[in-house]
Design a protein around this ligand. Structure first.
Ligand SMILES: *[C@@H]1O[C@H](CO)[C@@H](O)[C@H](O)[C@H]1NC(C)=O
Ligand SMILES: *[C@@H]1O[C@H](CO)[C@@H](O)[C@H](O)[C@H]1NC(C)=O
Length: 190
């Protein structure tokens, strides 16, 4: 089975959201026959910023954009790209899958305080309230020292932490590129 097949299978088993994600990736010619993780991939339909972050707005917000120093409340999902698209954080978990429990708490952080990985900070800084943005995060914009305890967002379930940790700590064999969906739910003025 090809990597794409595995990725699709992993995502198809996961959730309704995964289905959309799987078909999106399955349709990408750039991914065909590629060896995951050896080179940085440029995804069609995504905007690449100067930092190397790639993003796509799944829904444009219609509210204000948060400013430095303001606290934001977000909902987020996280996927590993190089490890069969495995989910390390999601709502509406699959029955009998590796995730358990009901809805998780929303995540909040202060912009500019370096509480979160650089990719998160950059992505949310450019979003409008109510928007949903999908980001592709190269390792240099992700978790420092490959440690999810040092910067948010931190997976909320043990199995999610284990999945993320496995990818982050793996030496050279697995692409550490991550994918997040972020929904900007609230801006709390400072
Ligand atoms: C979870 O799934 C239910 C039923 O499919 C849906 O109504 C609800 O909006 C979902 N919640 C989230 C946070 O996606
Ligand atoms: C993060 O912290 C948890 C305990 O809170 C620990 O079990 C885990 O090993 C830590 N992860 C890393 C990568 O240090």
């Amino acid at each position: 089975m090809s990597s794409i097949g595995l990725l699709a299978a992993a995502l198809l088993n996961a959730s309704g959201k995964g289905v959309a994600l799987a078909s999106e990736f399955a349709d990408m010619p750039a991914l065909k026959g590629k060896d995951y993780g050896k080179t940085k991939m440029r995804y069609p339909d995504y905007t690449e910023t100067r930092s190397g972050l790639q993003y796509k707005d799944l829904r444009l917000g219609s509210g204000p954009t948060p400013k430095n120093g303001e606290t934001v409340v977000v909902d987020w999902d996280g996927y590993t790209i190089g490890y069969y698209g495995r989910i390390f954080e999601a709502r509406n978990k699959t029955k009998g899958g590796s995730f358990e429990g009901g809805d998780k708490d929303l995540y909040r952080f202060r912009l500019g305080s370096q509480e979160v990985i650089p990719a998160f900070e950059e992505a949310v800084s450019g979003m409008a309230l109510g928007g949903v943005r999908r980001i592709i995060v190269p390792p240099e914009l992700g978790y420092p020292d490959n440690d999810y305890n040092k910067s948010g967002p931190r997976p909320t379930t043990f199995s999610g932490q284990r999945a993320l940790d496995f990818v982050l700590r793996n030496q050279g064999l697995i692409d550490k590129t991550l994918l997040f969906d972020i929904e900007l739910l609230k801006i709390v003025p400072s």
